[in-house]
Design a protein around this ligand. Structure first.
Ligand SMILES: [Zn+2]
Length: 403
């Protein structure tokens, strides 16, 4: 028998579609959940050895499905941020990883980091040398010369695209990220103008799919989204200006939309930050107007949806709060940063749920997030792989049993 731990939980939100009533005991063995059972089925003499979370609702650790660890979008102009050395960017990324974990983000999907700085960071986190979420990463994003992104590698033409995708996969990419349309944060690009060609997108998809990896595309709307859907791109990031028929087609194809809400809806946010050039601030303001409609359209069309902060560290709870304000139920919004995001990341059943076989990545919060998502803002406890990584409340000591 390995290291065992039992949590006495006031309530558990499993996010598996079936929520148990009343106090539950979550049994953890070697960092994985073995069983969730009602307290009444557990021998009373075991109680003193349990970690007492009876005042809290316990739910899966949160997943930020779109972020960049080396950047902080609330800190101002990203073109200035990335002038730092790669060493400085890597250290900043490590600091942001720790912030995310402390706020209950136990898994992050990274969609473009500069010069592979995330690869050694992920190794350090996985080895237990640095605190941070589990990382699912695209490593370097790919952009064409006329495209968006201050961190991506610039590639033009099918041959260069193929070479860069292959190198990313060789270095350990879990997915491939293409900056297909222009963006908001670069002054000279337009979010609905395609920059990569159909041929370049199709070439990247062919190489990635041959390796069994999905492709995601930064695509706000316009013909670039059509190019992506035609070419077999699996995940559309942002989608802020997509047409209703594009939402419908995304749903029919069973592919994903990853919404980024807080980056536009937070006030004051980038639109109010004078370090960005004026044309960028205007684009942030226009995107703020359009953003709630993304959620309403995704819900109408039945699109598979996950949410990400786009580099607002530790604030993924706000994504769910904004999504609920835009029309999702609280459960749907919570799913977009837990179980649904896990499926997007290819980690179905391992993260994003409290269920046998999942890693013991969980948070304990006061109140009921299904009634009020603001309960997610300040977890009293964060656990990753069965280790308590953050606790703000006094907790009964856990005593190992068995062994
Ligand atoms: Zn992004």
């Amino acid at each position: 028998m390995g290291h065992r731990l039992a949590l006495l939980c006031g309530r558990v939100l499993t996010m598996t579609g079936r929520e148990p009533e009343g106090p539950q005991v979550v049994e953890i063995v070697e960092g994985q959940i073995e069983v969730v059972r009602p307290l009444r089925e557990v021998a009373p003499e075991r109680l003193p050895a349990m970690l007492d979370l009876s005042r809290f609702t316990v739910l899966p650790g949160l997943i930020d499905a779109h972020s960049h660890l080396e950047l902080d979008v609330m800190a101002g102009n990203e073109a200035l941020q990335v002038q730092a050395s790669d060493a400085a960017l890597a250290l900043r990324a490590a600091a942001h990883a720790a912030v995310n974990l402390r706020h209950g983000v136990t898994t992050m999907r990274l969609v473009g980091e500069k010069n592979f700085i995330d690869v050694p960071l992920r190794q350090m986190i996985d080895a237990g040398h640095l605190p941070g979420p589990r990382l699912v990463t695209a490593t370097r994003g790919l952009r064409p010369s006329n495209g968006h992104s201050v961190t991506a590698v610039t590639v033009d033409g099918v041959e260069a695209v193929v070479r860069a995708v292959r190198e990313n996969l060789f270095r350990g990419a879990d997915l491939v990220k293409l900056f297909v349309t222009g963006g908001v944060a670069t002054p000279t690009t337009d979010p609905v103008t395609p920059c990569f060609s159909r041929e370049e997108i199709a070439a990247a998809v062919a190489v990635a799919h041959q390796a069994g990896k999905p492709v995601c595309a930064h695509a706000y709307g316009g013909a670039g989204v059509d190019f992506c859907l035609d070419a077999g791109v699996d995940h559309i990031e942002h989608g802020t200006y997509m047409r209703p028929d594009q939402f419908d087609r995304l749903a029919e194809l069973g592919r994903w939309l990853v919404g980024t809400l807080g980056v536009f809806l937070t006030e004051p946010g980038p639109a109010e930050n004078p370090s960005w050039p004026e044309p960028v601030r205007q684009k942030f303001l226009r995107a703020r107007e359009a953003t709630p409609r993304v959620i309403a359209e995704a819900k109408r069309a039945g699109v598979k949806l996950a949410l990400g902060t786009d580099a607002i560290h530790g604030r993924v709870a706000e994504e769910a709060i904004y999504a609920a304000a835009a029309g999702l139920t609280n459960r749907e919004a919570l799913a977009a940063i837990t179980c649904n995001a896990a499926e997007l990341c290819g980690l179905t059943g391992r993260v994003g749920v409290i269920a046998p076989g999942a890693w013991a990545d969980l948070i304990a919060v006061e109140g009921d997030p299904l009634r009020d998502l603001r309960a997610l803002r300040s977890p009293a406890l964060v656990m990753k792989g069965g280790e308590v990584v953050q606790a703000t409340a006094p907790l009964a000591p856990a005593v190992a049993s068995g062994g």
